[in-house]
Design a protein around this ligand. Structure first.
Ligand SMILES: Nc1ncnc2c1ncn2[C@@H]1O[C@H](COP(=O)(O)OP(=O)(O)O)[C@@H](O)[C@H]1O
Ligand SMILES: [Mg+2]
Length: 139
């Protein structure tokens, strides 16, 4: 089965984080990892809006999904900026936990790109037996 791919642009405003999350909910409704994927994309979309040029007037970010039977790749592509994504150590302070959460939920994750635009990606492994049973029940 070839990978199932879809990508969509969103305006770089806080309201778009909810839209990006809904995009994941609908696209991955048959996958066991849908809740983890929703959380990851919410955090990455929030970061694109808060910390990159995507959050400026007219800015946008792209959410890209590539789903295969045994894994789902999620990417949020922003418009860059001077700062690089950095996992902050756990603390009692408000905030600074988004990438820590992503790193805990994802089987692997990473960043590529530069100040003109970065892709922050996460990979979720899927248990094919559980997924096919779930798909069969919903059919
Ligand atoms: N897409 C991004 N581009 C540039 N910097 C980022 C990006 N995402 C996160 N960062 C940087 O990494 C830090 C940690 O991100 P995060 O763990 O989500 O905490 P928070 O967003 O609450 O500051 C941010 O404060 C920011 O400096
Ligand atoms: Mg954040």
């Amino acid at each position: 089965m070839p990978p199932w791919r879809l990508a969509r642009h969103f305006l770089g405003s806080p309201a778009s984080v909810t839209e990006a999350r809904r995009f994941i909910t609908i696209f991955l409704s048959q996958w066991t990892i849908v809740e983890a994927a929703e959380l990851i994309v919410s955090e990455l979309a929030t970061n694109a809006v808060r910390h990159t040029a995507s959050g400026r007037f007219g800015g946008r970010f792209l959410v890209s999904i590539q789903a295969e039977p045994d894994q789902v790749w999620l990417g949020v592509i922003d418009e860059g900026g001077p700062f690089a994504p950095t996992v902050m150590p756990a603390s009692d302070e408000e905030g600074g936990r988004g990438l820590l959460l992503v790193s805990c939920l994802a089987d692997s994750w990473g960043v590529y790109g530069d100040e003109t635009g970065r892709t922050v990606w996460a990979l979720l492994k899927v248990d094919p037996i559980v997924s096919s049973r779930r798909a069969a029940v919903r059919r």
